[in-house]
Write a protein that binds this ligand. Structure first.
Ligand SMILES: C[S@@+](CC[C@H](N)C(=O)[O-])C[C@H]1O[C@@H](n2cnc3c(N)ncnc32)[C@H](O)[C@@H]1O
Length: 421
């Protein structure tokens, strides 16, 4: 088998398993490349095509509507989504994609004649095809319901940017490192910036010096807008791979880190090593953390549906099933109830999720407050960052949807603070 066919077949298998077995991209990649040795070029081709196929599948489904009948097998559709992404969205050579896709169709018994003629027709019609024409029927209903439940929500605008690739946003240890940073960038605060070029992370200036880490702008805001955490005794309960913890290190907090997931903790440790920070790290289920030791600040960056990170993780919408919101909300409630038990009196609890779904955000806050009369809600302050007021909702909590900021892409994120009386 030609190498390019092998790679494109892996991409097909990855996409099919994400959709059908509800796997994350990384899980599906690991599973489908177990017996292959991939070089950097292969890995980046697989990543590029797979992620962009998932980012654009709802547009491509609309295109395919004209060419396919409704009963076409799912496997054929997935093979075509990947081929059309390469031809129309990524500019790969028409003949290379068509030949390899037809080869895969032969191997998998997926009607190669149909695939060949359909791709040829699409190539012939390419000038007439609107690449961003969206029919909402191709967006999963569960996601539309979340989006539509938001008042004054600019749905069209939101879906126009949802398929864009995420931007790279760096957070620096201090303003001095940022002011000496050589690459083209657009500052978001005195400590952070988007970089203009899409570099590989380890090729960005000063990577090995550990002057900065990668962290989304919206997810940086809760700690950035919490200077009261400085020099406090803090526990970050769900800390891996570490963005929020690194912000706390850089403001000189006395911080303990925990996470249940060993693989993610390994990444956290590698990050800490590069950044030259040493930490007290535990690997516990939050529910098992001793309540004897109390903290000034407890950070709960809870496991969630991740819908705020849809550009980074486009598989969320590509999977056949929706996230299990019922289980997630149950877990979020039980984690925040436990987190409250670890606070000193007058201590501060910060709850965060990379979601904008009501049930993982405002509903968790309301339920927490109605069950904890010994806590009160604390608003975020802007500290002269007036431009950031659009990220703070009417109750004073941080609430962003995936959107654009200064021409770059930012994630959706929610954060709320409570103080123990
Ligand atoms: C949103 S991520 C945390 C991101 C991290 N705070 C950062 O800034 O990079 C949620 C984390 O919660 C961890 N987690 C999930 N359930 C947990 C539990 N019961 N106890 C401890 N950690 C848990 C996951 O392993 C995951 O790393």
């Amino acid at each position: 088998m030609r190498k390019s066919v092998k790679i494109r077949k892996i991409i097909f298998d990855i996409l099919y398993d994400i959709h059908n077995k509800n796997l994350q991209y990384q899980e599906s990649l690991n599973y489908n490349t177990k017996s292959f040795v991939l070089d950097k070029k292969d890995s980046s081709m697989i990543y590029n095509i797979s992620l962009n196929s998932m980012r654009n599948f709802f547009f491509i489904n609309y295109i395919l509507e004209k060419y396919l009948n409704k009963k076409t097998r799912l496997k054929i559709k997935i093979l075509l989504i990947s081929a059309i992404t390469q031809i129309l969205y990524l500019g790969f050579k028409d003949y290379a994609v068509t030949n390899d896709t037809v080869e895969i169709a032969k191997i998998k018994n997926l009607n190669p004649a149909l695939i060949n003629s359909l791709l040829k027709n699409i190539i012939k019609d390419r000038k007439l095809i609107d690449l961003k024409r969206l029919d909402y029927k191709y967006i999963p209903t569960w996601f539309l319901e979340i989006v539509e439940s938001k008042k004054n929500f600019k749905k069209k605008n939101f879906f126009e940017t949802i398929s864009k690739e995420p931007s790279i946003h760096l957070v620096f240890k201090n303003n001095n490192f940022l002011s000496k940073f050589k690459e083209d960038h657009i500052k978001t605060t005195e400590l952070s910036a988007f970089i203009s070029k899409k570099n590989k992370i380890d090729e960005i200036s000063n990577y090995s010096l550990g002057n900065w880490w990668v962290q989304d702008f919206a997810s940086m805001l809760p700690i950035y807008l919490s200077p009261e955490f400085q020099s406090k005794k803090i526990i970050d309960l769900c800390s891996a791979p570490g963005g929020k913890a690194f912000q706390l290190f850089s403001i000189g907090a006395d911080i303990s880190l925990n996470d249940i997931n060993q693989k993610r903790l390994k990444i956290l440790k590698e990050n800490l090593k590069r950044l030259n920070w040493k930490a007290n790290i535990s690997n516990l289920d939050v529910h098992d953390i001793s309540e004897e030791e109390k903290y000034d600040v407890v950070i709960l960056d809870a496991p969630c549906s991740g819908i705020g990170t849809i550009r980074r993780n486009p598989e969320i919408l590509f999977k056949k099933k929706s996230p299990n919101f019922k289980n997630l909300v149950k877990l979020q409630n039980s984690l925040i109830f436990k987190a409250a038990k670890l606070l000193k009196s007058k201590g501060l609890l910060l709850y965060m999720v990379c979601s904008f779904n009501y049930y993982e955000t405002i509903s968790i806050k309301n339920n927490f407050l109605s069950n904890h009369k010994n806590f009160f809600h604390k608003k975020f302050e802007l500290y002269n960052n007036k431009e950031f007021s659009k990220f703070i909702d009417k109750d004073g909590d941080l609430y962003c949807t995936p959107s654009e900021f200064r021409g770059y892409m930012i994630d959706g994120f929610y954060a709320v603070k409570f103080v123990k009386k």
